[in-house]
Design a protein around this ligand. Structure first.
Ligand code: NAP
Ligand code: G3H
Length: 471
């Protein structure tokens, strides 16, 4: 069984308290991680504060060079890291490895992009201020708290940690409990790569027990959080004087406007809705389509869905168990509510504990919960609507505003529709997606605050520092 420690000031923490991590595929214990006390957590922030000045005073190049060994150790350990991801979140082995490789690519690009963040220079002449030059550089914010969700436990953690460190911040990292094994596996790599003490600290424990203690620590200069709307809003309250970047939930609609390339649309919709069993913020979570097209779309979706493999992550099944039985119970309530209110189950609605067969629900109406709520599981509602105006209205009548997809061969019609959709991003003829990771990634309304993506993360982890020269 795996047993990994939290990390404070490059020391592995063993306070005698452990948290069991359950393998969602076998429902047995996958391993244990440290369960930290309030004192341990305060220590982590204190050392992060103490280490920050010296770290920031290094040149950008020195910081990147110091982090390169850490990056190389991730590369050397990528098979083991992907095994851990697969064991603790039931992501299939192939996708787990893809998550690690994607993370390495993000790290490499971050190293390069940081060098392209140049100061801005101004003269005061336009305002009548002669003999003044202003040089505005980006400098570190200080101590960054990074909190990651379970569904991309490695990628979404390092996509925050690396830009923070590169720009001269120090970090306290809190992984999701399901995701703490891979989070604390990093403890070993931080020590082996000889990173300066205190710049990268890893704190573990259940969010509901230590979350408030972590997020209200006075040493925090910035919180970068990815997770649910509920916890995001709680953090907004606790961290009211702290800079925040929040990436939260979604209810991404796919609007199907024609049937000119239906086979391709269906592939995008299936991958978008059911990849990692629907546990992606950017999953397609509702399809809006007219009756005429729906009669062709639904049978095609059904056939493709029924060909997906359902089973265990070690066998690389496409659909694997959702993160725990509580989540499966919640997903089931959405299916049952739709059934009770007259929706038609096209396929699926079968379950063994937390392994849920991919479920397609047709004739979903607006009084059903599945039309509005985020299942975070393998369920896709089809809402039949007659006009594009209505599709736009229903898309926008949502608390969420992460992404949307429009499927349409008439590019003018697609762009005109996209411009009316209120989400951070609209994808034309592809599934919603966070990548390419060099693009800005953002949610509006309840889906988030601030922007991620490689360059945007580097910028959000810094503030301007102005130097005005009078001559
Ligand atoms: P979650 O339950 O909100 O947990 C996210 C993180 O917050 C975990 O590390 C969790 O720790 C921690 N946490 C829990 N309670 C806390 C508290 N009171 N204070 C501070 N931190 C606390 O979300 P999840 O179930 O891991 O992830 C699924 C959700 O994340 C979905 O809604 C999904 O849409 C969203 N998501 C959004 C994006 C995006 O970029 N927009 C990306 C991925 C996921 P514990 O695990 O110990 O509770
Ligand atoms: O779960 C939310 C992730 O940020 C989505 O990333 O679109 O690459 O799957 P993805």
């Amino acid at each position: 069984m795996r047993q990994y420690n939290a990390l404070i000031n490059n020391k592995l923490i063993d306070n005698g308290q452990w948290l069991e991590i359950i393998n969602p595929a076998t429902l047995t214990v996958a391993g244990k991680v440290s369960a930290l006390s309030a004192k341990d957590i305060n220590d982590a922030f204190k050392v992060a504060r103490k280490a920050q000045k010296a770290w920031e005073e290094k040149t950008l190049l020195d910081r990147i060079n110091a982090l390169k060994k850490f990056r190389d150790l991730i590369d050397q350990n990528k098979q083991e890291i992907s095994k851990i991801i697969s064991e603790e979140i039931a992501k299939n082995l192939k996708e787990s490895l893809a998550e690690v490789v994607r993370t390495i690519e993000i790290i490499d690009y971050t190293f390069e992009e940081a060098k392209r963040i140049e100061p801005s220079a101004f003269t005061g002449e336009g305002m009548g201020a002669q003999n003044k030059i202003g040089i505005f550089s980006r400098v570190a914010k200080g101590v960054v708290l990074a909190i990651s969700p379970f569904n991309y436990p490695f990628n979404l953690a390092l996509a925050k940690i690396i830009p923070a460190l590169v720009m001269g911040n120090t970090v306290v990292f809190k992984p999701a409990t399901a995701g703490s094994l891979v989070g604390t596996f990093l403890s070993k790599l931080v020590i082996e790569s000889n990173l300066p003490k205190g710049i990268f600290n890893i704190v573990t424990g259940r969010g509901r027990e230590i979350g408030d203690i972590i997020t209200s620590n006075p040493e925090i200069d910035m919180i970068s959080f990815t997770g649910s709307v509920g916890i995001g809003n709680q953090i907004r309250k606790n961290g009211s004087t702290t800079d925040l970047v929040l990436e939260l939930g979604g209810k991404d609609p796919a609007l199907v406007l024609d049937d000119l390339n239906l086979d391709k649309y269906c592939d995008e919709i299936i991958n978008g809705a059911f990849g990692y069993s629907g546990q992606r913020c950017t999953a397609v979570k509702r399809v809006l389509v007219s009756n005429k097209i729906a009669d062709k779309l639904v049978p095609l979706l059904k056939a493709k869905l029924e060909s997906l493999s359902v089973g265990m992550p070690k066998d690389n099944a496409f659909i694997t168990p959702v993160i725990d039985e509580k989540s499966a119970d919640f997903i089931q309530t959405l299916i049952d509510d739709a059934k009770e209110k007259g929706a038609k189950i096209v396929t699926g609605d079968k379950r063994k504990k937390n392994l849920m067969w991919p479920t397609l629900i047709d004739n979903v109406t607006l009084d059903m919960k599945v039309a509005w709520e985020e299942p975070f599981g393998p369920v896709l509602p089809i809402i039949r609507i007659d006009s594009i105006e209505e599709m736009i209205e229903i898309s926008n009548n949502s608390q969420f505003g992460l992404q949307a997809s429009i499927f349409c061969q008439d590019i003018s019609k697609a762009i005109q529709t996209a411009k009316k959709i209120k989400t951070g991003t609209v994808n034309i003829n592809s599934k919603p997606s966070r990548g390419p990771d060099s693009f800005p990634f953002l949610g509006i309304k309840d889906s988030g605050e601030g922007v991620q993506g490689i360059r945007e993360s580097l910028l959000s982890m810094t503030r301007y520092m102005g130097l005005v020269i009078n001559y």
